[in-house]
Design a protein around this ligand. Structure first.
Ligand SMILES: Nc1ncnc2c1ncn2[C@@H]1O[C@H](COP(=O)(O)OP(=O)(O)O)[C@@H](O)[C@H]1O
Ligand SMILES: [Mg+2]
Length: 241
């Protein structure tokens, strides 16, 4: 199966080359577990490889994400400038449109239709799509509506042959009965293990599912370094192991 590099060397080894081309992967985990960084690795590498990329942001400011990327030397600005990367910030667009703060919460309900409309018009041009974070779609919806909207997005991206990474926070993931996990091709969960006596935390990456791909080791210890995510154990053929 053809794949695109995840941008993380150790994860490419674990997934037999990277994310399966034209398919969608879900990344879930608690706040601060590295979901956004994983998305930035994928975007940066894809841009370097000459792919056309889209980043949809629903919760954070574009400037903050660009700064975060730069801090890991995953600078995205050159690709924004040459038109290879498009960033659509649903959250900021809403904020600009809705002048009155009291109406802001209500305006957020339409986030999902905005994502669907945007991807319908843009994704035929794109090779890679990262959506960070689809958890907002779980708010103000019953499970059926959420499932319908997530399916719509998945189908649009699948039809257009986009290799997609959906980031979803763990709370929304459980709130929606882990439904998105069943609907995607691959599922990666990031977990954080606290050690209260030492004050240190251990971070694990767990490839819960990857259709058609043999996954040698499911749980891998990883670190967030100044160069971003680095897998430090659990790798087959790895000198770190
Ligand atoms: N230079 C760094 N060295 C080590 N850890 C870092 C560094 N920069 C950020 N982090 C860690 O990365 C986490 C943020 O990762 P992020 O991908 O934004 O999380 P989320 O899963 O919420 O999207 C922070 O909690 C912080 O602990
Ligand atoms: Mg994040």
């Amino acid at each position: 199966m053809e794949s695109l590099s995840t941008g993380v060397e150790g994860l490419d080894l674990l997934t037999d080359g990277g994310y399966p081309k034209g398919k969608s992967i879900l990344v879930t985990g608690p706040p601060g577990s590295g979901k956004t960084i994983l998305g930035l690795h994928f975007l940066h590498r894809s841009c370097q490889e000459g792919e056309k990329c889209i980043l949809v942001l629903t919760r954070e400011l574009t400037a903050d994400i660009l700064t975060q990327a730069r801090s890991f030397k995953l600078n995205l600005e050159p690709f924004l400038e040459n038109g290879q990367l498009h960033i659509r910030n649903i959250f900021e667009d809403k904020m600009n449109k809705i002048k009155s703060v009291s109406k802001f919460g209500k305006g957020l309900c339409a986030v999902d239709t905005d994502i669907i409309e945007y991807l319908s018009s843009m994704s035929s041009e794109a090779d890679v799509v990262v959506i960070d974070n689809i958890g907002v779609m779980a708010i103000n919806h019953d499970i059926k509506e959420f499932a319908d909207e997530f399916s719509s997005i998945s189908i649009i991206l699948l039809k257009n042959g986009c290799t997609s990474l959906f980031v979803m926070d763990e709370d929304s993931y459980h709130l929606t009965h882990r439904l998105t996990g069943y609907m995607v091709f691959g599922l990666i969960r990031l977990t954080t293990q606290e050690n209260y006596s030492s004050g240190k935390t251990k971070q694990y990456l767990y490839i819960e599912k990857m259709r058609n791909t043999p996954v040698p080791v499911k749980y891998s210890l990883f670190d967030i370094t100044p160069q971003g995510i680095r897998i430090i154990s659990g790798m087959k053929n790895s000198r770190h192991f």
